[in-house]
Design a protein around this ligand. Structure first.
Ligand SMILES: [Mn+2]
Length: 447
């Protein structure tokens, strides 16, 4: 366990445009991490390694934009030219330790619900990204497509960086690097897959152990520790709430009558569905998020709700029986939450420019009253096939609830999902298949 950074300075090679190059072919999950299956078919002498490999931690501990772009180039090259077991030759474990330490220091200080002011400048944009699930090449594409994080371009990633794709580690580390480089321009929220349980079942643990060999357990533990620091939700420009799963219950407790002679009082959390009520932002702010796995029982239920819940077309709040954790909430709850949210937040709705750039070629920009939005992710094409009354995830997003106070949107940004099971579950996420990724997989809010 070393936190001491390497001292070599980094090079500043600019990223080259290579969007025409295809990522390595997908394979079945069983053999994806075997050496033979990942190396690109291209001859290695045609693809010499970029000069910054191996990546070293900058001596001044400052991650410049060029350092992050070099990292992106290195991960991209490695994913096409090296077997996974050679990952440490690109990104030594000491550099992983330094990056995770730096990122964790920032993340752990952030509140459960980060507030993002989208009104810094006339052309300020906030780009919200849904699940990416280890699809490094699509993440690189969308960063280039939307433009890298900048003073007037803030990114909110809505969780689920790892599992189900072959490059969860690279994806997570790249996003951490952007976070450390521009902590107030990049926000990383927690998804349900950023947990011990999911990563042990859906591939990330195996990926890290394969890539770091005898240092794999150490690297995996570091990642888990970092997951615990990820905030749960964001509020953008005082009118857009984003979280991976969505809404959450009130954890208001009912004190029972004191037993005779006892000073302690018993706290009872009502388990009945009929007693469920929506939680407030204040309750969200007080939840304990530093848990390896959000609990599905007990008193600390808000993190599990925020990360695992799903919308429904049926009214009311009910336990999410399909998932065994979290809630289902109806359009009436979306309305109630947005109304409460409006009362709690700024009631001043400024006539700012607003762009809902959900369609690749649609860019409506006109001054109007800002509608309130809930943007959540968490449901890909496979999940949506089982949900009656809700739209399929063929275009990267769905509008699930349209209520008086605003809308609820589900945003999913992993276009070839599920990467490994494509032949078993041939869902067609058209938005992604057409060009590797598409701007319809992200939601751009312009202020
Ligand atoms: Mn999810």
């Amino acid at each position: 366990m070393s936190d001491s950074p390497a001292t070599d300075s980094t090079t500043t090679t600019a990223v080259t445009a290579d969007d025409n190059r295809k990522p390595p072919p997908s394979s079945s999950e069983e053999d994806f991490f075997s050496p033979a299956s990942v190396a690109s078919s291209s001859a290695s002498d045609e693809n010499p390694p970029p000069p910054q490999i191996p990546i070293s931690w900058p001596s001044d501990e400052i991650l410049s934009r060029d350092w992050v772009i070099d990292l992106m180039t290195a991960f991209d090259w490695g994913s096409r030219n090296l077997p996974p077991s050679e990952f440490p030759s690109i990104f030594p474990v000491q550099v992983l330790d330094s990056l995770i330490l730096s990122a964790s220091k920032i993340l752990h200080k952030e509140p459960n619900c980060v507030r993002i002011d989208g009104r810094d400048g006339a052309d300020s944009r906030v780009v919200v990204v849904g699940d990416v699930h280890g699809q490094l090449h699509d993440v690189i594409f969308l960063l280039r497509d939307a433009g890298f994080p900048a003073d007037d371009r803030v990114f909110v990633f809505n969780g689920d960086y790892v599992d189900r794709g072959a490059w969860g580690l690279e994806t997570f580390l790249l996003l951490l690097a952007w976070k450390v480089s521009m902590p107030h321009r990049v926000y990383l929220l927690r998804g349900n897959h950023e947990s011990k349980y999911c990563t042990s079942v859906y591939g990330f643990e195996k990926e890290v152990l394969t890539k770091y060999g005898d240092r794999g357990k150490h690297a995996y533990r570091k990642c888990l520790g970092c997951f615990e620091g990820l905030p749960l939700a964001s509020i953008i420009g005082e009118h857009v709430y984003t979280a991976h799963g969505g809404l959450f219950r009130s954890v208001a407790t009912t004190p029972s009558k004191r037993s005779k002679g006892k000073k302690t009082r018993k706290i009872i959390v009502n388990p009945e569905a009929s007693s469920l009520s929506l939680g407030s932002l204040e309750e969200l702010s007080k939840a304990r998020r530093s848990v390896l796995d959000p609990p599905w029982e007990g008193l600390n239920l808000i993190p599990g709700d925020v990360l695992w819940s799903d919308p429904s077309m049926s009214p009311g709040l009910s336990p999410n029986k399909e998932r065994g954790i979290g809630l289902l909430w109806g359009p009436d709850c979306t309305e109630e939450f947005l109304k409460k949210f409006n009362m709690k937040g700024s009631t001043f709705l400024a006539p700012l420019a607003y762009e809902e750039d959900l369609h690749a070629n649609t860019s409506v920009c006109c001054p109007l009253l800002l509608p309130q939005l809930i943007i959540r992710s968490h449901e890909g094409p496979d999940a949506r096939e089982k949900r009656s009354g809700l739209g399929g995830m063929d275009e990267g997003y769905t509008i699930d609830h349209v209520v008086e106070s605003g809308k609820l949107i589900t945003l999913f940004s992993a276009p070839d999902y599920p990467q490994f099971q494509i032949f078993l579950f041939p869902f067609c996420n058209i938005a992604g298949l057409s060009c590797g990724c598409s701007s319809s997989c992200i939601c751009t809010l312009m202020f």
